[in-house]
Design a protein around this ligand. Structure first.
Ligand code: NAP
Length: 523
């Protein structure tokens, strides 16, 4: 049986106790075991703070960028192996595995490219100098400097590679050493990524450590220079936020959590038109990709009453045609949920949603999967519900069912009404709008933009161009207000600044310029 090791304090730690199984969700076979028991978390922190951090801070931003490029290349060279591991442990189809693995590599490559254009040596200036005195002898300028701590990355089970890569890219570029912890149930592919990067000798000693299993007493030892970036459920985020040490040290804590994302069709889009087709295609992808286990998946579909019958009929037909089963079978378009726990939670959730709506597709029960033994595998068929009272459907706006499940809601066609219904979820990661009516779109922004982290607009101009609302692109922000966690990742340099401290420098103009433009000190 394969035992997944943690990479800590410059060596691989093989656990002997506390082992938990990792499972192939298509067959329910145990494929590996892991645990972090026996890891000395004080030594892990010391290694990062005393070796990794100083080594990274010695490098310029551009040099750190070359590390990211090499990480992306090493992962790309092992792409086929990583895709196989993803299928085995995450139950992903080839396309779903690629979304995670290629997405992670592309994000590293994007930040490597961004670093090439950054001037200023190891520091990053923010804006120009501003005069602070009447006679021009006293000036101010803002500067971003790396925090002298450690970046602790806690990731959700659903994006083991992208989650690792997007967080590591920003932290390493900022000059902070990383301790990364994948979700335990799907740690196989993230562990292999770290092994590939370690074997390639890309990073300085202490710059990257991996914890497979629990974080033990790590969180209780964090300090004011450390940063925690968490991705997972709102419930776990709430628990971690209340950690005594995090509060006492005022440790920076970024949260990416749940989200009940909405896709909204505007009344200007005619049934059967190209934008109507795009809306349907996007929804089918955003409901079934990774079996709906995406924080950015569409959970609520808002249709104007005038289009409801057409939307209902088309969605049922298209979702019904998706073949659910073991991704090892080429006919399969959607794999299983990732674990027994996810299956239990999803079926419970579908039951809860039926308080507010009726099932119009799916049984609400576990299904058998094509290419898997009968009775085995954590399969749920694409499931669609419909609620008659859009604003009264409280469960639909509050219960995240992390599975291929969405609810169809109807509104009167007004942008403000749609925005109000969207906002009932208390903060989302993304809202997708389908319209070419600028007046309607502007009204939606006025009423709803503050309740969502990203607005994805599908229109005539974006046909064949937009990647779908579920793709978090490194150039623009990922995160959302309220229930979605309130965090901000990616967004180019914004994501990097999470790991830096902004300092206001005040003094003579020439001196400020020389201190911040990357010139050798003392020249
Ligand atoms: P989860 O149960 O909250 O777990 C998330 C991570 O937290 C896992 O690595 C888990 O480790 C760890 N964890 C749990 N309790 C902890 C504790 N007391 N101390 C330290 N770490 C702890 O969430 P999940 O089931 O993995 O992921 C699904 C959720 O993530 C969904 O709600 C989804 O919406 C959300 N998500 C959000 C985003 C986003 O970007 N906003 C992206 C992906 C997923 P173990 O696995 O070892 O328990």
């Amino acid at each position: 049986m394969k035992i997944l090791k943690s990479y800590v304090d410059g060596r691989w730690h093989e656990p002997a106790t506390g082992l938990v199984p990792l499972i192939d969700p298509s067959t329910e076979e145990v494929i590996a075991q892991t645990s972090s028991e026996g890891v000395d978390f004080s030594a892990v922190l010391q290694c990062a703070r005393q070796r990794g951090g100083p080594a990274l801070r010695e490098m310029s931003l551009a040099e750190r960028g070359t590390l990211l490029k090499a990480m992306s290349k090493a992962m790309r060279e092992s792409r086929d192996e990583l895709l196989d591991l993803s299928r085995l442990n995450n139950g992903t189809t080839l396309a779903d595995g690629s979304f995670d693995i290629d997405g992670g590599g592309a994000t590293l490559a994007y930040y490597a490219g961004l670093a090439r254009g950054l001037e200023g040596g190891a520091l990053m200036a923010d804006g120009e100098e501003v005069p602070l005195s009447r006679d021009g002898g006293f000036w101010g300028r803002h500067l971003w400097v790396p925090r002298h701590g450690v970046a602790v990355h806690i990731n959700a089970f659903n994006f083991p590679v992208w989650g690792f890569a997007e967080k590591a890219a920003a932290a390493l570029l900022a000059g902070m050493p990383v301790i990364t912890k994948p979700g335990t149930s799907t740690a196989l592919v993230a562990q292999r990524c770290v092994e590939i990067i370690v074997d390639a000798g890309i990073l300085p000693d202490g710059a990257l450590q991996l914890i497979c299993g629990s974080t033990g007493d790590l969180m209780g030892q964090l300090g004011p220079q450390d940063v925690v970036a968490f991705t997972g459920s709102a419930a776990t985020a709430t628990k971690l936020r209340q950690g005594e040490q995090l509060i006492a040290a005022n440790c920076r804590f970024n949260v990416e959590a749940d989200s009940l994302n909405a896709a909204v069709l505007a009344p200007d889009v005619e049934s059967g038109s190209p934008v109507f087709e795009m809306f349907l295609e996007d929804i089918v992808r955003e409901v079934t990709q990774k079996a709906g286990q995406k924080c950015t998946a569409v959970r609520r579909i808002l249709s104007p009453q005038s289009r409801s019958a057409d939307v209902r009929e088309a969605l049922v037909a298209r979702l019904e045609a998706v073949v659910t089963g073991n991704p090892a079978d080429e006919a399969v378009g959607m794999g299983p949920l990732a674990s027994a726990q996810q299956l239990v939670d999803a079926l419970e959730g579908i039951g809860e949603l039926q308080r507010d709506g009726r099932l119009i597709l799916g049984s609400g029960k576990r299904a058998d999967g094509v290419g898997s033994p009968a009775g085995r595998g954590y399969f749920v068929q694409p499931t669609l519900l419909e609620a008659a009272d859009a604003n009264g459907a409280t469960t639909v706006h509050q219960r995240e069912v992390f599975a291929p499940v969405a609810t169809l809601l109807h509104y009167d066609g007004g942008a403000t009404a749609a925005a109000r219904t969207m906002s009932l979820a208390g903060g989302t990661l993304v809202t997708s709008l389908y319209s070419d009516d600028e007046g309607w779109l502007g009204e939606f922004l006025d009423a709803g933009a503050s309740s969502t982290g990203r607005i994805y607009i599908g229109s005539e101009a974006t046909i064949g161009e937009g990647p779908g609302s579920g793709a978090a692109m490194p150039q623009t922000l990922h995160g959302g207000p309220g229930r979605a966690g309130g965090g901000e990742e990616l967004g180019g340099l914004v994501g990097v600044q999470l790991y830096m401290q902004r300092v206001a420098l005040q003094g003579g103009q020439g001196l400020l310029r020389r201190l911040t433009d990357g010139s050798p000190r003392g020249d």
